[in-house]
Write a protein of this length. Structure first.
Length: 81
């Protein structure tokens, strides 16, 4: 998942990721009951993340990169039970 987030420099990236993962997990589990049953007492998201500042790259280049990412899940990985 790729996100482009803008925030004040006083907010730590770890806090932003914590909020995004927590809130999205809650919303997904409320909408899809099978997730709530499957991940009861467990975390929906893995604990890791990668964060990078824009720096010398423009925001438009980052947006183009994110939009260019493929969503062809079947070719990138396979879920097995």
């Amino acid at each position: 998942m790729h996100l482009l987030v803008s925030c004040p420099p006083t907010i730590a990236p770890a806090k932003i990721v914590q909020y995004l993962k927590g809130r999205s997990s809650k919303i997904l589990q409320e909408e899809y009951n099978q997730l709530k049953r499957r991940y009861w007492g467990q975390h929906l998201w893995s604990p890791g993340y990668f964060c990078r500042t824009v720096g010398t790259v423009t925001q438009e280049i980052i947006k183009a990169y994110i939009e260019d990412q493929t969503d062809d899940i079947e070719k990138s990985f396979k879920i097995t039970k």
